[in-house]
Design a protein around this ligand. Structure first.
Ligand code: FES
Length: 146
């Protein structure tokens, strides 16, 4: 590789990292897989899993992932306005794993976009994401998978 090619490639990689940082929570707190309890019909996630310490202050995550053993795709449990939604992160177009980008899910394969409640916003996918009913009590959120 020529020095010029190396510099160009390095700058492109750096630009990609900067864009990634600007697009939301894709660095640092991203991809946090929560501790969970899996039962026959539901997955329980303690609400404290949404919290983390930063500079000695408690911060709140917008979302956590859960992925039971043997599952091909994670479920994203998203918290917005104190409401929880749970979506399977499998694109309904051709089955790629969708990613969180700010307050929407985006498929890296062909660009489909979904709301954090799973609604289809942009094709080529034609169906919403698979969603799961959620309930909660004082301490935990329950994802009903059965
Ligand atoms: S697999 Fe997601 S848009 Fe094609």
């Amino acid at each position: 590789m020529e020095r010029r090619d190396f510099l160009v490639t390095g700058c492109q990689a750096g630009l990609g990292l900067c864009l990634t940082a600007l697009l939301g929570e894709s660095c640092g707190t991203a991809a946090y897989f929560a501790q969970m309890t899996v039962e026959t019909d539901k997955i329980s996630v303690r609400k404290s899993e949404f919290q983390y310490l930063k500079k000695e202050a408690i911060q709140e995550r917008s979302y956590v992932f859960v992925k039971p053993a043997g599952a091909a795709f994670p479920i994203c449990l998203y918290k917005k306005d104190n409401q929880y939604t749970a979506c399977l992160m499998k694109c309904t177009h051709k089955g790629c794993e969708v990613e969180v980008q700010g307050s929407r899910y985006v498929c890296p394969c062909h660009g489909s976009e979904f709301s954090t409640a799973g609604a289809l916003l942009e094709g080529p996918a034609e169906r919403p994401l698979k969603t799961f009913k959620t309930t909660e009590d004082e301490n935990a959120v329950y994802i009903w998978v059965a």
